[in-house]
Design a protein. Structure first.
Length: 401
């Protein structure tokens, strides 16, 4: 709790804590996936939509958004709500792309009609969103996308394909980038709200080595998109996409996106408990000063990451390049990976046991989590790309060749 909080903010924080404790949902029959982007079953989808809607009605989502767009009209309360949701370790919000990317994009670049139409179902979880940026032939080079949109009266006819589309199998709408001018790499891109339930849209799952298939490939064949579903002007898609990516990397916390089941602090506490139960050379790992020093350094970095999340809300600290969210995305994803690497080191040979093995530690959660940490270091711009952005736009270093 910050010393500078007003009495009203302290009262709201106490309300959030009490509500989350009293309304914590019962566990699912089958454990939830570790993150929202790996939800595959209808049972999990309906459970998580119901949970998100309850949190929305309790003012934990869209807390600071204007009431005319379906929000609750507070000012400076969303960070409190988001912090308490993470602290409580309750289930994540399934519509994390809608909350973390679509909503901020619409609030900045959308029309009044788009905000009033699309935002309330995003907040409640009624309408799931996905992101149609990456393509099989345009990975790190987003501006190299080739999905086309051709004007046809009051409509656009879209053809192409998208890949790594999280939640595409549940989504009603897609944040869709398409090329409207082949002669201009950056100014030839336009941003649309893509309909996922229209004729011509085919979704195929991508199965990972973990056995999960929350990612998808989406094929678009003569898909009709009305012009009123275009976001911003024709040819400004690159500018709008950069705004969306800034939100994805952690800058936009105004609506309450939470995509993973475990906060970094809960992860480090679980790791410490693991060290207190496992032995190496006849004594508990926690009793080894070398291991304990390593764990406490991770604890310090986790605390720093948590405080960085709070600092990201202060615009004056970010600058035009949004340096703190970019830095947080880079260090946070790599910290998560290191936490799991250390857990596997503690487990030793047990780390080879996976989900479904009766002898595995916590049903193989650390092995599964380690493989899934690569999602964080790749998605939303890989660690290499984040370092380039920070170096060039924040530090002013020359572009790499």
């Amino acid at each position: 709790m910050a010393a500078s909080e007003t009495a009203e903010q302290r009262e709201f924080r106490a309300y959030c804590r009490a509500w989350l404790e009293e309304n914590r949902p019962p566990p699912t029959a089958m454990p939830l996936p570790q993150a929202a982007y790996e939800v595959m079953t209808e049972d999990h989808r309906s459970y998580l939509v119901d949970w998100q809607n309850k949190c929305y009605e309790a003012q934990l989502i869209a807390t600071d958004v204007s009431k005319e767009y379906g929000g609750h009209g507070h000012n400076g309360f969303q960070q409190i709500a988001s912090t308490e949701v993470r602290r409580a370790n309750v289930p994540y919000f399934i519509n994390w792309i809608g909350l973390g990317m679509a909503a901020p994009t619409l609030l900045i670049h959308g029309t009044e009609a788009q905000r009033k139409t699309y935002l309330p179902p995003i907040f409640s979880g009624e309408d799931i969103w996905c992101q149609g940026f990456s393509e099989p032939g345009a990975g790190s080079d987003l501006a190299g996308l080739q999905t086309s949109a051709v004007k046809d009266g009051d409509n656009w006819i879209v053809n192409g394909s998208k890949v790594w589309t999280s939640l595409g199998h549940f989504a009603r709408w897609m944040l869709l980038l398409a090329r409207t001018d082949k002669s201009d790499k950056y100014n030839g891109i336009t941003y649309f709200i893509g309909p996922m339930e229209h004729e011509g849209v085919t979704v195929q799952p991508i199965h990972k080595m973990t056995g999960e298939s929350g990612f998808n490939e989406v094929f678009l064949e003569d898909v009709v998109v009305p012009d009123h579903m275009r976001i911003d002007a024709v040819g400004t898609g690159w500018k709008v996409a950069m705004s969306t990516l800034t939100s994805e990397r952690g800058a936009a916390q105004g609506v309450g996106a939470v995509a993973t089941s475990e906060s970094p602090f809960a992860a480090i506490e679980s790791l410490i408990q693991l060290a207190k139960t496992k032995k190496r050379n006849g004594r508990l790992i926690w009793d080894d000063p070398v291991w304990r020093d390593k764990l406490m350094k991770l604890y310090e970095r986790t605390e720093a990451s948590t405080q960085n999340f709070r600092r990201a809300r202060v615009d004056a600290l970010n600058g035009g390049a949004m340096r703190i969210p970019l830095q947080g995305k880079l260090t946070g994803s790599e910290l998560g990976q290191e936490l799991h690497q250390v857990a596997l080191s503690i487990l030793g040979q047990e780390a080879s046991l996976y989900i479904g093995d009766d002898n595995s530690e916590e049903n193989g959660r650390w092995a599964l989590g380690y493989m899934n940490t690569y999602t964080g270091t790749i998605s939303g711009g890989s660690s290499e790309i984040q370092r380039n952005i920070l170096g060039e736009r924040v530090l002013g270093l020359p572009k790499t060749k």
